[in-house]
Design a protein around this ligand. Structure first.
Ligand code: ADP
Length: 497
């Protein structure tokens, strides 16, 4: 049993990020046959022994223990462990003391113990009186230390000096293997500043914030069970903050420990909220007068046509064209604001996608005589989707294909079956293409790709964001790629039902 512990400890030091080694020991307790009342006869052995009562008071410290820590018996006996070693409380050892006193489970820790100023193998055994602790120098001397010990210390210093908060937690599961809480085993300096939680080590999150949302426990439980690391942003209502989090499993699966690196992003979220509010208010306020302007422009054009005033009719048509562009911009802002608020209803109907593609292409052919738009369709089954929104998505991609390719460029729109559940539409152009590093971002809100050697094109970076949201809301997928020769290709799938 003891051998197994040491083997595990050795494997830990091969870990690229050495961490404290901590796990519950086997359920049976260690027996100390020589204990007779308060008279201990352990003083001759190299391992140090000290005993705490249920109130954390030291009731015995062996000579070897006193020697290991360079203390006198009267320094320890009679005092509480937290008074003797004040720095202990915020460490992994402090936390496992509390866990073991609470659940009666023996535990072993191999770690650098700042309170004891060295590397120790600490074995904790709850007894009827309190807790027995056996400590042993993990290496014989500092010079013989495994090289990674010093790197552990370096990592510890690093964890304490980084701006990101770090904590190591043990996820607690109920009898149905559902995560219901987690206990803090270790935290770094930034943790306290970014959570306002004092003395977290040893306590559980539910003790600290009883209303902490369930999704936090579910996410960390999932990481502990599956070993999948995860990156996410989430709100913690009781801590009044937003966090950007990266969580990954630490150690063996049965330890159920998750390391969490996180950053307080409340200020960024507040700014995003302000921006969203501004966009929402501005687009709504602009929309009302713009609707009036559009209606009067159409009326004016008709009146001038009726009066046979050709010159002014042409001017009114130009005016109408610019008003249409403005309406488009404001509609994009309105859509974006509704999407962020989660208000994006679809009005679905069954229709032939090839009819819609044909209609949209004809509109573009009428407005744009330079680009050659080629239609390459295969018969497909009618889809059940929002016709107007799918038309908008198609329009956005074709507008970009025209905008980002030379006037003589060919644009090919293809429609085909993927399988019996999905169809696929692709739009290929022979234009400037998308700079490779931007391929993953083109569907982000307000994202605009560009490089020093690319001409600048007007736009707000919303068209593809809205397009991707339309496709996503339909249960389809969308991709952007560059063609091997030249130009971009956008493809999206749509479920038939
Ligand atoms: P924008 O209003 O800037 O065109 P979009 O959301 O429609 O906004 O597109 C986002 C970015 O993706 C564009 O700024 C452009 O850099 C890139 N992009 C989109 N379509 C194409 C295309 N067909 N060819 C090259 N780049 C494109």
């Amino acid at each position: 049993m003891r051998q197994q512990v040491i083997d595990n400890a050795a494997s830990l030091y091969k870990d690229p990020i050495p961490v404290p080694f901590l796990f519950p020991r086997y359920p049976e307790k260690i027996h100390y046959p020589l204990i007779e009342g308060t008279s201990y006869r352990y003083d001759g052995i190299a391992e140090g022994l000290f005993t705490l009562d249920k109130n954390w008071r030291c009731i015995y410290a062996s000579t070897s223990f006193l020697r290991l820590l360079d203390k006198k018996s009267h320094d320890l006996v009679g005092s509480q462990v937290w008074e003797i070693f004040p720095e202990l409380e915020a460490t992994a050892l402090g936390s496992i003391y509390k866990c073991s006193m609470h659940d009666g489970m023996p535990r072993i820790l191999v770690d650098y113990i700042p309170a004891f100023s060295g590397w120790f193998r600490v074995s904790i055994t709850p007894t009827a009186e309190g807790i027995d602790t056996i400590i042993q120098h993990h290496t014989k001397s500092t010079s013989e230390r495994h090289p990674s010990y010093t790197s552990e210390e370096k990592y510890r210093t690093l964890f304490n000096s980084i701006d990101e908060s770090f904590c190591l937690v043990e996820v607690l599961f109920d009898t149905y293997n559902r995560p219901y809480d987690y206990r803090f085993l270790e935290t770094n300096e930034a943790f306290k500043q970014q959570t306002d939680i004092e003395n977290a080590v040893g306590r559980t999150m539910r003790e600290i914030a009883p209303l902490h949302e369930n999704h936090w426990f579910e996410i960390y439980g999932h990481v502990a069970l599956t070993g999948e690391s995860i990156r996410f942003e989430n709100h913690a209502e009781q801590l009044h903050r937003w966090y950007e989090v990266y969580a990954f499993r630490m150690g063996a699966a049965e330890q159920r420990q998750v390391a969490i690196l996180f950053k307080d992003i409340t200020e960024r979220k507040r700014m995003e909220h302000l921006k969203d509010d501004f966009i929402s208010t501005a687009s709504h306020e602009l929309n009302t007068p713009l609707t009036g302007i559009k209606a009067y422009t159409q009326l004016l054009t008709r009146e001038l046509q009726k009066a046979g005033d050709k010159r002014n009719t042409a001017l009114a048509k130009k005016l109408h064209h610019h008003v249409e562009r403005m309406v488009n911009l404001v509609n994009n802002l309105l859509d974006t604001s509704n999407i962020t608020k989660g208000e994006f209803p679809l009005t679905k109907e069954r229709f032939d996608i090839n009819d819609l593609v044909g209609e949209r292409i004809n509109e573009f052919r009428l407005l744009n005589q330079y680009h050659q738009i080629i239609l390459n369709t295969k018969p497909v089954r009618p889809v059940f989707a929002d016709r107007q929104r799918i038309g908008q998505a198609l329009g956005n991609i074709i507008t970009n294909a025209i905008k980002y390719s030379p006037p003589t460029g060919k644009i090919t729109v293809s429609v085909s079956d993927v399988d019996e559940k999905f169809l696929k539409i692709s739009i290929e152009d022979h234009g400037v293409g998308i700079p490779a590093p931007s391929l993953t971002n083109v569907f982000d809100r307000f994202f605009r790709a560009g490089s020093a050697d690319m001409p600048t094109y007007p736009g707000m970076g919303l068209g593809l964001y809205i397009t991707a949201q339309i496709i996503k809301h339909h249960g389809g997928t969308i991709t952007a790629d560059n063609k091997p020769d030249k130009g971009a290709v956008f493809s999206f799938t749509l479920p038939y039902d």
